[in-house]
Design a binder for this molecule. Structure first.
Ligand SMILES: Nc1ncnc2c1ncn2[C@@H]1O[C@H](COP(=O)(O)OP(=O)(O)O)[C@@H](O)[C@H]1O
Ligand SMILES: [Mg+2]
Length: 230
């Protein structure tokens, strides 16, 4: 299996004093794999995800995704990387309230310059697959938490990213909805989608991921097959 993501000795400091948010972290995610990142609040999980997603840069070490060394990309090329290689799902959805479900899903495709017909066909396919077909013209405010997270997943997938990143995607929904989101991510990975998932939920990690990386104070303290509690 080739590695889609490779972090090598990655440290991230937000401030010049005090301990770093990430401290010499090395993690790999193979193409087609699903890796869950767990750890207490403040342990660096979101920082790690943001570096892999090209939303931020490491202070030292290298972050390689799909063969690109993200730390070496210009801002412009990093923006292109984000649009084409990764899709990100957040805890609080981050949907645009003034856009319909369809337009939220279409947005990354429009930003990437995908021809409108192609983009609309892809958006329709995803909305149907995620059970949102009836909601295409609705606004996010009218949706349940689970529906919003499904819109966010569709939006993250519209450009067919090699890598799907999810930062506590069940953190703001009820247990039943969380179970649905878990199943969606599990099926996506089964169909070949590479997944890097941050979660507090051990059951979700065990169900979705093949491997669990545990962070504590910015360091990797364990990397074990999913289903094996440490
Ligand atoms: N933008 C930021 N500016 C300054 N400190 C930050 C920033 N983001 C995160 N941190 C700090 O970095 C550490 C790791 O945070 P984070 O990656 O968000 O952890 P987690 O997602 O595991 O809760 C925490 O101490 C947090 O306060
Ligand atoms: Mg976080």
């Amino acid at each position: 299996m080739t590695e889609l993501v490779r972090l090598t000795g990655v440290s991230k400091r937000y401030e010049t004093t005090g301990p770093p948010a990430l401290d010499e972290v090395s993690v790999e995610v193979g193409t087609g794999a699903a890796v869950a990142v767990m750890g207490p609040s403040g342990s660096g999980k979101s920082t790690l995800l943001n570096l892999v997603g090209g939303l931020d840069r490491p202070t030292s070490g290298t972050v390689e995704v799909a063969g690109e060394d993200l730390g070496r990309l210009s801002e412009k090329r990093l923006a292109v990387f984000r649009r084409t290689h990764v899709g990100i799902v957040f805890q609080f959805f981050h949907l645009l309230d003034d856009l319909t479900v369809r337009d939220n899903v279409l947005l990354p495709a429009q930003l990437a310059g995908v021809p409108p017909r192609t983009a609309r066909a892809r958006a329709t396919e995803l909305m149907d697959a995620l059970g949102l077909g009836e909601k295409a013209n609705a606004y996010p405010a009218r949706l349940s938490g689970g529906q919003r997270q499904r819109v966010a997943i569709a939006r993250a997938l519209v450009n067919r990213p090699a890598l799907l990143l999810a930062d506590e995607p069940t953190g703001a929904v009820d247990a039943r909805t969380g179970a649905q989101v878990t199943e969606i991510l599990r099926e996506l990975n089964r169909d070949g989608q590479t997944l890097l998932l941050v979660t507090h939920d051990r059951a979700m990690a065990d169900r979705c991921a093949g491997r669990v990386v545990e962070l504590s104070d910015g360091r990797v303290v364990a990397s074990t097959p999913a289903g094996v509690s440490s």
